[in-house]
Design a protein around this ligand. Structure first.
Ligand code: HEC
Ligand code: HEC
Ligand code: HEC
Length: 490
């Protein structure tokens, strides 16, 4: 990670630092984060001067607010990148919301990535933890906004002047719309990330929201989860006072002809900081003009103390996260290694099952018991299913239903296949959203000569002849007219 000291004395970025370190003229400050990409914990890069971490961030913002009470804190988007609906990703997102709310963020834009965790969950979390979410263009099936379209924040400047600030947020399919230099595709701005949810084109929604904000507020701020190109387009077309967006570089800001465009930092290692004031222009123009005094990074530095409250939240998060991850790992392993037994195949493959029952394979273990040879390891290995494999036959007591050369001795462990086909069966006839259909069912192996030779090897079965033997174990195919399914299913 890049250290902030490398950027230059005074930490000054862009052409805006008219008064390095002299923020005395500024009346109020915006701190803003973006593209945290799920990083709540400090980075393990000990050498970094800005390791980040929500516990340090909380302490630093607290200190800053003591000196500068007229500070508002905003999250632009990219809080968790593209988390998905898996448990660990959802755990990360809800803890991110909890952490930012505890730090005292005044508004959090609903990012594109977060939506894949499920809008219902996000709506529930917002209520439960009072998360100050805003979004102008995430709407339900009827086109109604799901979240507050904007929030009004009131603050008093150093001089005691009241300011009313309107903050709204929009999201785009940011990896398309946000890549630097790329043309802003209207197509990429309107999407359905989940059933019942639409991301409307931000330019269809923002004008009305900005109009409502302008009536009630002195300053308008748009949080844009969509990158620099989208942010500049908003600044040029709709002329809010401030547009803040998430990029993959360090925090910086520029004054566009129409207003201020600020870019966030990354991974929560540094926020952007805008020191601002409202001024009546020399020409005596009645409407005060927003002045940018300075734009500098607000690094979450190694020297910071850690807020005890956020440190606890962070620890809880890491623990819950670790548990969820290890459970997922166990499940993933189980997928490859779980044997189900022939009974679980029977309902869907009655034909092969009836035939298999009649072969010596089905009774191989019973025959071994009869001969009293179950202590013979080599014999046992040939007469059971998944011997000494994880999830396979261990002993008659522990895995009685895996005795005999069952389906999975030839076709491989079938847990995933069974689960997928049961799901498909259960869903049959239901109207499906294309995106919820998921991957095709896991297929079983079709055995070849090598499969047979693992048991019918030269030593134990020197007369084994594949072609001839296959004829005797191949499941008979039901007679079916040409062109129809004839794979032995019933
Ligand atoms: C001794 C090995 C062996 C066992 C045990 C076995 N099969 Fe098969 N199975 C095969 C072979 C070999 C094929 C491929 C046949 C071919 O190529 O025509 C096959 C094919 C299949 C097919 C594909 C459709 C078809 O008929 O070609 C299904 C379904 C199937 N088996 C289900 C089962 C089920 C269910 C069981 C347990 C009740 C089972 N098999 C047990 C060797 C086995
Ligand atoms: C809920 C129903 C269901 C169960 C239970 C089930 N299967 Fe299948 N299986 C299917 C269907 C449907 C197909 C046909 C897939 C196709 O043709 O695309 C299939 C296909 C197969 C095939 C051919 C290769 C493939 O995967 O397409 C084999 C071999 C097979 N099953 C073996 C088994 C074995 C062994 C079990 C038990 C461990 C089992 N099946 C349990 C529904 C089931
Ligand atoms: C997990 C071990 C195992 C696998 C895999 C296996 N077999 Fe067998 N097979 C046996 C055992 C055990 C017997 C019982 C007779 C014996 O002890 O040889 C047997 C018996 C047979 C017989 C004689 C059946 C009868 O009708 O009396 C044939 C034929 C046969 N297997 C073919 C095959 C073919 C073909 C394959 C591969 C598609 C195969 N086997 C895979 C263990 C296996």
């Amino acid at each position: 990670m890049r250290s902030w000291s490398g950027i230059g004395i005074g930490l000054c970025l862009g052409l805006l630092c008219s008064g390095i370190g002299r923020s005395a003229e500024a009346d109020w400050t915006i701190l803003y984060a973006g593209n945290r990409l799920g990083t709540l914990e400090p980075c393990s890069c000990i050498m970094s001067e800005a390791p980040g971490g929500v516990d340090r961030e909380a302490w630093l913002i607290d200190q800053f607010r003591k000196d500068t009470p007229a500070t508002i804190v905003l999250d632009v988007g990219g809080l968790t990148g593209t988390p998905g609906a898996e448990r660990p990703a959802r755990i990360r997102l809800v803890h991110a919301y909890m952490a930012l709310t505890a730090i005292g963020y005044d508004a959090i834009n609903v990012g594109h990535g977060a939506l894949s965790a499920g809008v219902d969950s996000i709506v529930r979390w917002r209520k439960q933890y009072r998360v100050p979410l805003v979004s102008a263009n995430v709407v339900d099936a009827q086109g109604k906004p799901i979240f507050d379209t904007f929030r009004i924040l009131e603050l008093r400047t150093k001089a005691g002047e009241p300011i009313r600030l309107g903050v709204t947020g929009v999201t785009a399919a940011r990896f398309i719309a946000g890549s630097a230099g790329s043309a802003l595709s209207e197509d990429a701005l309107s999407r359905s990330p989940a059933p019942g949810v639409r991301i409307e084109n931000m330019f269809d929604r923002l004008p009305a929201v900005l109009e409502a904000m302008r009536v009630q507020c002195d300053v308008t701020v748009v949080l844009c989860d969509g990158g620099k190109t989208a942010a500049q387009a908003i600044a040029q077309r709709l002329k809010p006072d401030v547009v803040l967006t998430n990029v993959f570089g360090p925090p910086t800001a520029t004054r566009e002809a129409s207003g201020i465009v600020g870019e966030s930092g990354l991974y929560g290692r540094a926020l952007g900081r805008l020191d601002l004031s409202l001024e009546v222009s020399a020409s005596g123009d009645a409407t005060p003009r927003l002045q940018l005094r300075q734009a500098i990074p607000f690094p979450i530095s190694a020297g910071a103390k850690r807020s005890p409250e956020l440190k606890k939240l962070l620890n809880d998060f890491l623990l819950v996260q670790a548990r969820a991850l290890s459970q997922m790992q166990r499940e993933a392993q189980g997928r490859k290694i779980s044997y189900m037994g022939a009974e679980s195949c029977r309902s869907c493959h009655a034909g092969p099952w009836e035939h298999w029952r009649t072969t010596a394979h089905a009774g191989a273990y019973d025959a071994l018991v009869k001969r009293g040879e179950t202590d013979d390891d080599l014999q046992l290995a040939r007469a059971v299913t998944g011997y000494r494999r994880l999830g396979g036959f261990v002993s008659a007591e522990r895995s009685g239903d895996l005795g005999g050369v069952q389906c999975e001795a030839c076709h491989g462990p079938g847990k995933d296949h069974v689960r997928d086909h049961l799901l498909l069966k259960a869903r049959a006839g239901l109207p499906l959203q294309p995106e919820s259909q998921g991957a095709p069912p896991i297929a079983m192996l079709l055995p070849d000569e090598v499969t047979c030779l693992s048991c019918h090897d030269r030593e134990t079965d020197p007369d084994f002849e594949y072609e001839a033997a296959l004829k005797r174990v191949r499941h008979p195919r039901p007679q079916a007219p040409k062109g129809q399914a004839n794979d032995g299913e019933s």
